[in-house]
Ligand binder design. Structure first.
Ligand code: ATP
Ligand code: MG
Length: 392
């Protein structure tokens, strides 16, 4: 055996054709290279509609863990490169099966060969039979094409010849970046990091904005949002987090409008500022963690009022999720334990006991009448602190 592992990387969304396919593959390739940050990587190349990643064997586990985070991969296999001849294939396959048998009980198996290099003297079915027969005899295993405990993969292609026994499910989705940029409104709660993660999965790269209202919200609340941003870096690399000082605007809105409208008015102001920041960053949409009916203020009427203040489409990927479903996603993302740290966010403050559930356009227009938003929005956006999160 060599001291090298080759990961065979399969990507999904195979309906993507032509120019888009090229873009998809180029982006996926860049993202893989970025997430591994050259550590132990000896080569990454494309062939047969897949990628082949050569790494030092010692780094295999680490690389495997990183790859499960890369959107656009449907599955991958750590494989052993072999000589392009049957003896060598059989020898390595035998070693691999032996190792699997040491680790777990196996009753049945199959061999799956993919031969795209037609100059190899045996066909795929012939190789399946030959290698399968030898392994069955040696280890006294049954062959079962449908329900097997082990699938021995053999690949013979221009990219090389490989044997593998493991297929790791990938994260699915589209490579981050192919769908363009979006601006995530990131609070310290459970929902918004998950919302960002779901858009990353559909190929968006994130910018983030957090509305900070010192001294009502503490430095620790801001640290928490930075930590939450870090959980989103695993899929895309560094993220630019904009921290907007919201104290004065929030106070003004609270003083002008009736208390029950406060939440809608804050959100509308956030939409205006986020829209301006998004335009400057060439983002194509705003993302929130809003959900229908999760809290009293999240009604279709209020969501409409909030959206009317935005100058870009507002995407709400969690709109129809149950809280428990969101929590499960947050746990998988690794954001949950950070989100439940007890630091108040802007909006748990000054929130009235009975928020309006059906704010009308007339009500909000009246409440906002005496506020000169242009200047306030411009100032808040232009003075935002930009933190580059996740830079190594
Ligand atoms: P989350 O768990 O994301 O805080 P939530 O259930 O607490 O969501 P709200 O507090 O009503 O919901 O906020 C709805 C959405 O508005 C958030 O998901 C987020 O996208 C945005 N938002 C709220 N507060 C802020 C803030 N201080 N900074 C940035 N975005 C915010
Ligand atoms: Mg919140």
């Amino acid at each position: 055996m060599t001291n090298e592992t080759v990961f065979v990387l399969r990507h999904g969304e195979t309906f993507i054709k032509g120019q888009n396919r090229r873009q998809f593959e180029d982006r996926l390739r860049d993202n893989i290279a970025k997430t591994l940050a050259s550590r132990s990587v000896k080569g990454l190349f494309r062939a047969q509609g897949r990628f082949y990643l050569r790494v030092e064997q010692a780094a295999e586990d680490w690389v495997e863990k990183r790859l499960t985070r890369v959107f656009g991969l449907s599955s991958f296999s750590p494989a052993q490169p072999v000589e392009r001849e049957i003896e060598s294939i059989l020898k390595v396959a035998t070693q691999m099966v032996e190792k699997e048998l040491e680790a777990r009980p196996i009753g049945t198996f199959r061999v799956t060969t993919k031969r795209s290099d037609k100059s190899f003297p045996m066909t795929s079915p012939e190789l399946n039979r030959e290698i399968g027969g030898a392994l069955a005899e040696r280890f006294e295993l049954g062959v079962d094409l449908q329900n097997h405990d082990l699938d021995v993969g053999i690949e013979i292609s221009e990219a090389g010849s490989f044997v593998f026994v493991k297929r790791v499910p990938g994260a699915g989705g589209l490579p981050v970046g192919v769908s363009g940029r979006v601006m995530l409104l990131l609070s310290g709660g459970i929902d918004s990091p998950v919302a960002g993660h779901l858009l990353q999965k559909r190929g968006c790269s994130l910018f983030a904005v957090y509305f900070h209202a010192p001294p009502h919200t503490s430095e620790r609340a801001k640290d928490k949002v930075i930590q939450l941003s870090e959980t989103l870096c695993a899929a895309q690399g560094p993220i630019n987090l904009h921290v907007v000082r919201f104290t004065e605007l929030q106070k003004m809105l609270r003083d002008q409008g009736p208390p029950e409208l406060a939440v809608v008015l804050y959100r509308r102001a956030m939409m205006r500022i986020a829209s301006r920041l998004a335009a400057a960053r060439r983002c194509k949409a705003l993302i929130t963690g809003e959900n229908l009916g999760q809290v009293a203020s999240q009604t279709l009427e209020n969501l409409s009022r909030i959206e009317e203040a935005a100058s870009l489409p507002v995407l709400r990927p969690l709109i129809a999720f149950d809280k428990l479903e969101i929590i499960e996603l947050a746990q998988r993302l690794g954001s949950y334990d950070i989100s439940i740290l007890p630091h108040e966010d802007t909006c748990s403050l000054f929130v009235p006991k009975h928020p309006a559930t059906k704010a009308s356009l007339e009500q909000v227009t009246r409440a906002e009448e005496r506020i000169d938003f242009d200047e306030l929005v411009e100032q808040a956006a232009d003075e935002a602190e930009v933190i580059r999160v996740g830079e190594q």
